[in-house]
Design a protein around this ligand. Structure first.
Ligand code: FUB
Length: 316
């Protein structure tokens, strides 16, 4: 056996042992705005659901997906339908979900105006609108909003205090009460999120708060010692995607950090140039790639890949 054949065999052997997922990782329907959460050692993704025939962001319901190995995903089906929300009319946009005391709270925006919260005993729903009214709206006292009031993102701090961040152009935040379905009445306006447009997401790493968000085209981030800021702008995490809108979430799972985001690759693959770009961009699909930190806690720009991330082997 010559040297070249030997090395080829070695490479083939190792590649065969690494099983990659793929991007986008949900391919039987369109999905967008992925909020990733870990409950009981299982990773759940709460995305929006773009319609098969979408020509606008006129989404009507939500599905939940979950995995234990980052490659095989389970679709838990429809978990909330806007038709069941008496006070909402349209636009089931980017949601999020957190757990407290064994209950799962699903925060969702509607009508570009309201933020609702629905509850379930299970992370995969179905979620019920027990409040039967919005949790907070664009015209609630203290809200600063000159555009859409959308994109709720929850965060529970180590001391148990829960927060909800939301808004477009301005980051609004509230402190949730213990019941997770009401707040203390005060709205906090977060400073330092330079280029902020929408899709706020907060996570904590080594005691520091990270506020990441869409600046229309790219995903940016800022860091702070205080959850409610002021934050210090740091730079770009993710470059432009082909879906126009850019929306992400960040989470750690089984020892690795992941960035979830969306693009329009599936629609482009399916329709090529037979549909105009503005329609293809309404049929989005969720993706995931690795996120890494520098030694000083700053985040390295994330590389968008078609291969996605490695399948996690069953050592956990
Ligand atoms: O999916 C509808 C809207 O598009 C979301 O609420 C925004 O974040 C953008 O992704």
């Amino acid at each position: 056996m010559n040297k070249h054949v030997f090395f080829l065999l070695i490479i083939t052997f190792f590649l065969g042992r690494i099983s990659m997922a793929q991007n986008p990782f949900i391919t039987h329907m369109y999905t967008a705005d992925p909020s990733a959460r870990v409950f009981d050692n299982r990773l759940y993704v709460y995305p929006s659901h773009d319609k098969d025939s979408a020509t606008w962001w006129d989404m009507e319901d939500y599905h939940v997906f979950s995995t234990t190995d980052m490659k095989n995903w389970k679709d838990h089906g429809k978990v909330l339908d806007l038709a069941d929300i008496t006070w909402a009319e349209k636009y089931a946009w980017a949601p999020d979900c957190v757990e407290r005391n064994g209950k799962y709270y699903f925060y969702f925006p509607t009508d570009q105006f309201h933020i609702g919260v629905a509850v379930s005993d299970k992370p995969y729903g179905p979620f019920k609108d027990e409040l039967r009214k919005p949790l907070i709206s664009k015209n609630s006292k203290g809200v600063v909003s000159d555009r859409d009031f959308i994109d709720p993102a929850a965060f529970i701090d180590d001391d148990g205090q829960a927060y909800l961040f939301m808004g477009q152009n301005t980051v609004n935040a509230i402190k949730l009460n213990e019941d997770m379905m009401s707040y203390d009445g005060e709205v906090h306006i977060i400073e330092g999120a330079n280029f902020f447009f929408e899709a706020a997401w907060v996570h904590k790493y080594q005691g520091i708060y990270y506020l990441s968000y869409s600046g229309k085209k790219q995903i940016h981030y800022a860091m702070s010692d205080n959850i409610l800021g002021p934050y210090k702008y740091q730079g770009v995490i993710l470059d432009t995607v082909n879906s126009g809108t850019n929306h992400h979430s960040i989470t750690e799972y089984k020892g690795k950090w992941y960035l979830f985001y969306h693009n329009a690759d599936l629609a482009y693959k399916k329709f090529g140039n037979s549909l105009p770009k503005n329609i293809l961009q309404k049929r989005r699909s969720i993706c995931v790639d690795y996120l890494e930190y520098n030694n000083d806690g700053t985040i390295k720009p994330v590389k968008q890949t078609k291969e996605s991330v490695e399948q996690i082997k069953a050592k956990y």
